[in-house]
Write a protein that binds this ligand. Structure first.
Ligand SMILES: [Mg+2]
Length: 192
């Protein structure tokens, strides 16, 4: 999932740990996803580094504060990946979302299935990697989400916030478990 505007409140080019504030309900949503068996991974574009607006050290101090606040709520992320690239670099090589490079690195490092994963964030560029990776995209209306909502193709989901995203994921996962092998093999002509 995305960080700014999704797990923590969107602040324009956040460089100060004092500006870190969790989105209400985010830790509980993450714990719910954890209980479902998901690995929790942050993938965050940090072009402020590439633009020279803040330093790698600033980013690390903010990231440590995010980790600290999440840990205080009982959440430890399995991984955090950030991309310092500015927009406009070669799409083949940049890590900047919608490039799926950070997601692929996480999948490799943590041995995750990208097809079974969910890409959650407040921008179109957060959900687009799901198309490339074969996962499921969910746009949240926190952060920039309301501005971005109309740009998201209908195959992606749009929900209010991370809490609603966790609820949706639980429903999708339940539906998939509900499809028993016998039902899949059933002769369609006998289905009502
Ligand atoms: Mg964001």
């Amino acid at each position: 999932m995305d960080r700014d505007g999704t797990v923590i409140q969107e602040r324009h080019y956040l460089a100060d740990p004092a500006g870190v504030a969790l989105v209400p309900g985010a830790p509980e949503a993450l714990l719910r996803l954890r209980a479902m068996g998901f690995a929790l991974v942050l993938v965050t574009n940090q072009s402020g580094i590439g633009r020279g607006l803040y330093t790698l050290g600033d980013y690390r101090r903010v990231a440590a504060e995010v980790d600290r606040q999440l840990a205080a709520a009982g959440v430890v992320m399995d991984g955090t990946y950030f991309c310092p690239d500015t927009p406009g670099l070669d799409p083949e090589t940049t890590c900047r979302k919608p490039s799926p490079l950070m997601h692929r690195a996480a999948a490799r490092d943590l041995r995750l299935s990208t097809r079974g994963s969910y890409c959650v964030g407040d921008k179109l560029s957060d959900v687009l990697p799901a198309e490339t990776l074969g996962g499921t995209g969910i746009l949240v209306r926190t952060g920039w989400g309301r501005e971005e909502e109309d740009t998201v193709a209908p195959e992606h989901h749009v929900v209010d916030d991370l809490t609603a995203a966790a609820e949706l994921i639980a429903r999708i996962e339940e539906d998939q478990e509900g499809v028993k092998p016998t039902e899949v093999r059933r002769d369609p002509s006998q289905a009502r």
